[in-house]
Design a protein around this ligand. Structure first.
Ligand code: GCU
Length: 428
């Protein structure tokens, strides 16, 4: 080796080391399909002991529990069982809401005996003049229940709320200024007119979405002050999912709602949450992931748009600490996100992407949803048969639904139309 080539060699070693240690934000995200690495997904239909999974019972008894456990201990973290101390109080009933087509209700879910402690307020819109208990959509919201509809009768959360120009929140306290600011994402009238109830709660009631070492929200009920959850214990997504299960505990007691026909819906980080809530609580009848991306429906091994490393650096509180081990070793993850989707089988599940939401890797979301179809086949159901991602605004699939909507990272009326059609097909 000449001195010159030794110099070049040394420089490239230094450059490689700099890339490896550079903060993730210094390395541009990959949006180039030709740069997606060659990868092999962990198999859905082969158990850890090598057994081929050939039947629904092999899946239910052997493969599903082992995959569920891996997501619990390596990705989202183990959440505690429902405490016996949870209680519910119906606070408000307005019978002629939405110009008379719905009954609006508010219910407080107390997570402990202490009424001043963490609690979540559910907002329900239930169709009027129905002879039977209603199927429902249940989804968490980002900025408070009062943002989903402009009705002045919806209570404003008292818990910590993110400062935000659209909602006019400047000191982490919500005010009446933000009424209805998220109503474009919640097609309340449409949902009710189609015969479904809509139930929502503010996610920050369950766990405020910032990295505070889990000193507030429901974590504080289960860990002593200054004690962090263990590396395999729940982060915020697992806490929000836990809260959704507590909401369902209430719905079981409400005779106006058919608790066996509750569809979970979540957007973005809350789409990751609905996937995990549906996987960990099989009482949910249908699961919808809207633009959930990394840690949600998108395959991690594609490393397209947001990656495991980026998400763990930007949002270290969302997942359990064990997930950090895979930041630079995504191929050693024992799971990938097709398995998260498959955990909902045989229940109907819908994955939606948007063309301008490349950060969430629409193609990776499609591929994961398609891969999960092999598990649905064990139950005699068709998932997604298409091998290519469909063009924009072309919903496909049977028991697994998928669409790529034209437009940005958001929940639109178009998305709701597809979810309502899908729920009509599978919940009636
Ligand atoms: C960020 C984050 C995503 C997340 C999104 C959201 O963009 O990187 O993972 O889905 O926020 O929740 O809005």
């Amino acid at each position: 080796m000449t001195i010159q080539s030794m110099g070049v060699c040394l420089l490239s070693v230094i450059a490689a080391a700099m890339v490896a240690t550079a903060p993730h934000s210094a390395v541009a995200a990959n949006y180039d399909e030709s740069k997606v690495p060659v990868y092999q997904l962990p198999p859905l239909l082969k158990a850890a002991d090598g057994l081929e999974i050939r039947s629904a019972s092999d899946w239910t008894e052997q493969r599903r529990p082992e995959i569920l456990k891996l997501f619990r201990t390596e990705v989202f973290g183990i959440a505690p069982a429902a405490p016996e101390t949870v209680s519910f109080r119906v606070d408000k009933i307005i019978e002629n809401s939405l110009n008379g087509i719905a009954t609006q209700k508010e219910v407080t879910v107390f997570f402990s005996k202490n009424e001043q402690g963490p609690k979540m307020r559910l907002l329900l819109f239930i169709p009027n003049n129905q002879r039977s208990a209603r199927p429902a959509f249940l989804g968490l919201n980002f900025n408070g229940n009062h943002t989903v509809h402009r009705s002045p009768k919806i209570s404003i959360p008292s818990s910590w709320v993110r400062n935000n120009k659209t909602t006019g929140v400047t000191d982490n306290r919500a005010t009446a200024k933000s009424r209805g600011t998220a109503s474009n994402r919640w097609a309340v009238d449409k949902i009710v007119k189609r015969g479904y109830a809509l139930i929502t709660a503010y996610y920050g009631d369950i766990d405020p979405d910032f990295d505070d070492s889990f000193q507030n929200g429901v974590h504080a009920l289960f860990h002593s002050p200054n004690e962090k959850p263990a590396p395999n214990e729940w982060g915020s997504i697992a806490a929000w999912s836990w809260g959704l299960s507590r909401a369902l505990d209430y719905l079981v007691l409400d005779s106006t709602i058919d608790h066996e026909r509750v569809a979970l819906l979540g957007h973005s980080r809350l789409g990751k949450t609905s996937l995990w809530a549906g996987a960990s609580d099989e009482r949910f009848a249908l699961v919808i992931s809207n633009n959930s991306g990394c840690g949600g429906a998108a395959l991690s091994r594609r490393e397209f748009g947001e990656t495991v490393s980026r998400i763990n650096h930007s949002f270290p509180h969302w997942f359990c600490d064990n997930f950090q081990h895979y930041n630079d070793h995504v191929n050693s993850l024992p799971i990938d996100q097709h398995m998260l989707i498959a955990l909902s089988a045989p229940r109907p599940i819908y994955v939606a992407s948007a063309t301008d939401d490349q950060w969430a890797d629409p193609k990776g979301e499609f591929l994961a949803a398609r891969e999960a179809s092999s598990v649905y086949a064990l139950f005699g159901f068709k998932g997604i048969e298409a091998t290519e991602q469909p063009p924009a605004n072309t919903p496909i699939g049977d028991r697994i639904g998928y669409h790529l909507r034209e437009g940005k990272h958001d929940v639109t009326d178009y998305d709701w139309d597809q979810y309502l059609n899908f729920a009509d097909r599978h919940l009636h």
